[in-house]
Design a binder for this molecule. Structure first.
Ligand code: B12
Ligand code: SF4
Length: 533
């Protein structure tokens, strides 16, 4: 078939629990890497819900020639159903992402099950995507695309020639978190809140630490690669300019698995961001041990860092050792969080229950610690054996997997193996207790109250963040669910509104911002620190 110009749809399935607050980077990246001439449409199911009939209709109506679907393990069952619907009307499907990289035979129907994809892109697809598009345009799609060099060796993109993602022109309507009805008057507040999007930006890839439950070391390899500071700074400037133009706000999620894996390089990036005036409010994942460095924490605050995601996992060193994450030191968690809070930076603290040394009461023991820390956003999950992880292999060998293909009948917050010192049901109850108590109206009020020495904006910020984060566990998809939460938290809301009308409520510097410390001696060795995931 002759080479022809194609209409391509990139689709990301919804996660089935809550609307994701942020779009997926792979879609924008592959769009930017598509050879010129082809038209690429993006649909994120979290923002634009679609079912099987819906996607088939969409593909037919828009005369799409090729569909690319990316999915994590937890969304893969939905991804397969959507792929089946597209293939049933004769349009080819390419799948990529962490799950099908490990389970290519499953996607291609080579393991005895049904076939869902015409082709699978293994691993990082930055270099293979243009080849896939070219092959599809010629009608010569192969089954498997693996990133290899001229000698057939696996090759990873260096990220030094990272593409420019044209944020100035990408249609971000589906990712605007401001309700349409409020948009026009919110445009007038401060520098404008008519739109608010959280944009994923990567500054590097890879993590050498191989925590037992994590897919990152296997997928991205243990060599860490960084974009140039210049390319990251330019991306931030582009986002800032767009926000200004539409009288809205853009925040950034640096999706690197450990944004400070090389402290020297992180500091240099943050300094360049500050020097270029490219500060935006940002979130990043950083492991607790790397946050010992006061100068780094100063730079985080000065460059716009607001929330740091810390994979604490648990407060029991024996458990941490079991999952190869002994570099996490629970004894230093409080000091790290205080250090951040002193600069008005707060933490999303992530915990995993159902580890082998966990016993009944783990939720209360963890919550007791959480209550003694500065306010943050605790999140609770269950130890999950993802395909191809060392954890999966260990549990499989020991015959402990109760649902070896748990992704085929995915149920959120449900274990797929039995922990050693508690039952599956007990582990579920612990997670439930974690969420119920950490997000109760009483806990939300206490978090807001603990910032009573801070300007009102900080208290509103923690209130809104808590309310949104509870949706990770408690389905909050419809208006009724939101109204219920508002009613439950009415006392805190009234208090904040009352304060908002007090003279001077919106003025005043935060009480805790410290003087910028003098440059310190580099406290850590680059590349020798554990990462976060
Ligand atoms: C950001 C992020 C999130 C965000 C949400 C995703 C988003 N909106 O971006 C948040 C913080 C909400 C999140 C949550 C979770 N996440 Co997460 N997350 C990430 C993270 C850190 C970055 C993703 C990213 O953008 N990477 C950079 C891009 C460029 O890489 P990529 O997506 O892999 O895409 C490349 C290739 O895979 C390929 N590709 C991908 N899709 C497609 C599609 C096609 C058609 C093609 C051709 C190629 C292709 O091409 C891309 C370019 O090379 C990754 C780790 C990582 N470094 O990737 C974990 C990761 C994806 N998350 C993971 C997990 C487990 C989760 C959670 C389930 C955690 C939990 N226990 O609760 C939740 C559930 C999410 C939910 N409710 O939907 C796992 C997934 C493993 C797996 N096998 O599924 C990862 C890999 C981390 C890990 N620890 O192992 N996550
Ligand atoms: S440090 Fe984080 S990204 Fe690295 S292997 Fe462990 S969990 Fe995964």
């Amino acid at each position: 078939m002759a080479n022809h110009v194609m209409k391509i749809l990139l689709y990301n399935p919804d996660n089935g629990v809550t609307r994701n607050f942020m779009p997926h980077l792979w879609m924008f990246l592959l769009q930017a890497l598509t050879p010129p001439g082809h038209e690429v449409l993006l649909v994120d199911g979290n923002a634009q819900p679609m079912d099987e009939a819906g996607i088939a209709q969409f593909v037919r109506d828009r005369k799409i020639d090729l569909v690319g679907i990316g999915a994590m393990t937890r969304m893969v069952a939905k991804a397969y159903r959507m792929a089946d619907a597209v293939r049933s009307i004769g349009v080819p499907v390419v799948m990529g992402g962490p799950h099908v990289t490990e389970m290519a035979d499953e996607a291609l129907g080579r393991d005895g099950g049904p076939r869902h994809a015409d082709a699978v892109a293994l691993g990082e697809a930055d270099a293979t995507w243009p080849l896939i598009v070219a092959d599809a345009a010629r009608g010569e799609l192969k089954e498997i695309y693996a990133p290899v060099d001229a000698f057939g060796q696996e090759s990873k993109p260096s990220l030094k020639d990272y593409p420019v993602i044209p944020w100035q022109s990408i249609d971000l309507k589906q990712f605007n978190l401001v309700p349409k009805a409020a948009s026009s008057w919110l445009q007038k507040i401060g520098q404008g809140w008519g739109t608010f999007s959280i944009i994923p930006v990567e500054s590097g890839r890879g993590c050498p630490y191989g925590c037992e439950f994590c897919t990152v070391t296997g997928f991205f390899g243990d060599s860490i690669r960084f974009r140039t500071n210049e390319s990251v700074v330019n991306e931030l400037l582009l986002l800032k300019a767009r926000a200004r133009k539409e009288k809205g706000q853009m925040a950034v999620f640096f999706i690197d698995d450990n944004f400070s894996i090389n402290i020297k390089r992180t500091k240099s990036l943050l300094r360049d961001i500050i020097a270029a005036g490219a500060q935006v409010h940002w979130v990043a994942q950083i492991s607790a041990n790397l946050l010992r460095d006061e100068e780094l924490v100063d730079l985080i605050a000065d460059s716009g860092g607001k929330w740091i995601f810390i994979g604490m996992e648990c407060i029991d060193p024996a458990n941490l050792k079991d999952v190869n994450k002994g570099f996490n030191k629970p004894g230093e968690y409080a000091a790290v969080l205080e250090r951040l809070a002193a600069r008005n930076v707060y933490a999303i603290t992530s915990f995993i229950f159902g580890m082998d040394n966990d016993t009944v009461g783990v939720a209360e023991r963890t919550l007791e610690q959480v209550r003694s820390w500065p306010p943050g956003l605790p999140i609770f999950g269950l130890l999950t054996p993802l395909p191809a992880t060392p954890l999966y292999k260990r549990l499989e060998t020991a015959g402990r997997l109760t649902r070896p293909k748990h992704w085929q009948d995915f149920v959120p917050f449900t274990m797929a193996h039995t922990p050693l010192k508690m039952t599956i049901e007990e582990a579920h109850a612990e997670v439930n207790q974690g969420w119920v108590e950490a997000y109760s109206p009483k806990a939300v009020a206490a978090a807001v109250e603990s910032l009573s020495d801070q300007p009102l904006g900080y208290r509103i910020n923690i209130f809104l963040a808590r309310i949104c984060f509870r949706g990770i566990y408690f389905p909050m998809m419809g208006k009724m669910a939101w109204l219920k939460v508002i009613a439950q938290n009415r006392r805190t809301i009234f208090k904040l509104v009352r304060e908002g009308f007090k003279p001077g409520a919106w003025r005043g510097a935060p009480a805790r911002i410290p003087a910028i410390s003098a440059p310190q001696v580099e406290a850590s060795k680059p590349m020798a620190q554990p990462a976060e995931g």
